[in-house]
Design a protein around this ligand. Sequence first.
Ligand code: FAD
Length: 398
Amino acid sequence: GTCQLSGTVRDCSCEYAAVERVNREAVLPVLRDLVRQPFFRYFKVSLYCDCPFWPDDGMCVLRDCSVCPCEDHEVPAPWKAADSGQTCEGSPRLEAESAVDRRVDASTKEHLVSIRGWRGFNNPWMLEDEGDVEYSYINLLMNPERYTGYKGEHAHRIWNLIYSQSCFSNINDPDTCAERRVFYRLISGMHASISAHIAKEYLLDERADKWGPNLALFRERLGNEGVRERVENLYFAYLFVLRAALKAGPLLREAAYDTGSPLEDARTSELVRKLVDSKAVKQACPVPFDEGRLWKGEDGEELKRQLQAHFHNITKAMDCVGCEKCKLWGKLQILGIATSLKVLFSAEDCSGDQTAEPQLKLERNEVIAMLNLLERLAASIEVVREMSLQLADSANHP
Ligand code: FAD
């Protein structure tokens, strides 16, 4: 039959059923609300086609593929102020005052680092931009992730490039190290999530502009025994990013979510706290993922450097995606994964004093990417649940 998952999620210590339930009841509703708030709906990104691997493909054919940048008046004023304050020569000013809301007791507010580019701050998993890269703000609500018509050879070339990274070869060998497997499962989980959103929001009738679920596509990509592992990887990626969000909880809970709309920004803070302090999550799954056991081997540091190099290649592959909307969500999700990796492994990134926990610093775009990614994965888990039920139903009543 369809993907009926039971038991414990591999590499984690949570039961599938518990994850599904707590996601549906406690996590997804909060995240759905959260990503609609102004702070979380504007993502800064460069959508230029700068593919280092092959000549540019051009944009895809469907109109549903292109992205409109925000009108200037839409971008939160404090963010624009922070951007323009940093155009001066030399290194960017890292901590923009304007990122902190001084009207609300400033002493309790964490600074989110604010930088000019879009790739996050001191993130060893992201490549730095070379020179001054043009970027724009995109309203994510106006550009939902769904079927775009990007497929075939062009899309396969990207996925091939990703899965042919040497760190992914023989990934199913029993003696493959946990680090490589974790890494693979994050990418495969993100891929499964993209497929879930395509299946849930498919263009059923182009003339009538009719969108809806495509059960046959779901069955082929996520809903059959042969691809069970993809769904397992989706759950894994979800638990990994959830763990990162909880670990970053102390910072996220106190962060200033300033977009210049005090009411909505207060709501944003409230929702973030609701998520990171959720008792339901702690009960269902106290440690979604245990990052402490990674990089412990003799060659841990070397392995980490290798995987970082592979991850950098994957970030470059995103520049080759020939469909703007896919590129937007691809880049957001890759930055979200990179941020989760940074959060979970930041302690190891501090050379020298290994005893003191270095203070984690996150940049606004990193927080936006990580929590939007978590929302995408959470929504996908629900898509898989719903569409698996529909499949079973259609099999029972043909
Ligand atoms: P694909 O999804 O292209 O998969 C290619 C091959 O990878 C499969 O044949 C299989 O061998 C393997 N594979 C598939 N899934 C997994 C998995 N979960 N884990 C491991 N291996 C797997 N299309 C849209 O319509 N909307 C989007 O928003 C969108 N975003 C995209 C973002 C990125 C970064 C990329 C690269 C592509 C995106 N696409 C999007 C295209 C989409 O992912 C598919 O490539 C396309 O729908 C064709 O699907 P397919 O069935 O041929 O298999």
